[in-house]
Design a protein around this ligand. Structure first.
Ligand code: IMP
Length: 177
């Protein structure tokens, strides 16, 4: 008998593609002609961001930022640090942050405050998933892929201990410690 956790499909690759096209259409309507900067949070957003921008057929730029949080186990402690920062100014830019999952909201609230201080022209959030039932801080998600249950989610960029990021579907992990 294997003690490895098992990943069960929650949203299939086909459902993900339909969702990505829906979000891209909304983003296109709001940002066409604005030359936005899409800012992906590493590492979890890389696959989502790569798929999303393929459907955004207008001029834009991409950038990545990496955060670290000192959490115990699966939860965020709220002590968040920028470990790989912005390489260019976002002052007066239309910035759209791309996140993999909003859980307690501590990480994204920290980042949005950090970015707002740099005086962008606008700052919005696009999240692949929302684990709404765990929220500790209110967060406005301007473009949302899926609401997910209070379970551990992996795949399509999301990891458990750096594993499962390569799964093409969004899955629930069952049986992890
Ligand atoms: P928050 O600060 O509690 O909102 O946590 C956000 C971060 O925790 C995400 O960017 C993920 O890196 C991680 N995280 C939270 N829930 C999950 C999950 O179910 N699967 C994978 N990572 C998660």
């Amino acid at each position: 008998m294997s003690s490895q956790p098992q990943a069960h499909i929650l949203f299939s690759r086909e459902e993900i593609e339909t969702m990505v096209k829906r979000l891209a259409a909304e983003i296109k309507k709001d940002y066409q002609g604005k030359h936005p900067l899409l800012l992906g949070i590493l590492k979890g957003s890389f696959m989502f961001m790569a798929d999303l921008i393929r459907f955004l057929d207008f001029p834009l730029e991409i950038e990545f930022i990496r955060l670290s949080s000192y959490g115990r186990g699966r939860s965020t402690s709220g002590k968040i640090k920028v470990v790989q920062g912005l390489r260019s100014s976002i002052k007066d830019r239309d910035v759209l942050v791309i996140e993999d999952i909003v859980d307690t909201g501590l990480t994204i609230s920290f980042l949005l405050d950090y970015l707002q201080k740099k005086k962008p022209a606008s700052l919005k959030l696009c999240a692949l998933t929302d684990k709404h039932s765990r929220r500790q801080i209110p967060v406005t998600i301007d473009y949302l892929g899926f609401t997910v249950p209070n379970k551990f989610i992996v795949g399509y960029g999301l990891d458990w201990d750096e594993k499962f990021r390569n799964l093409p579907d969004i899955c629930v992990l069952e049986g992890e410690g």
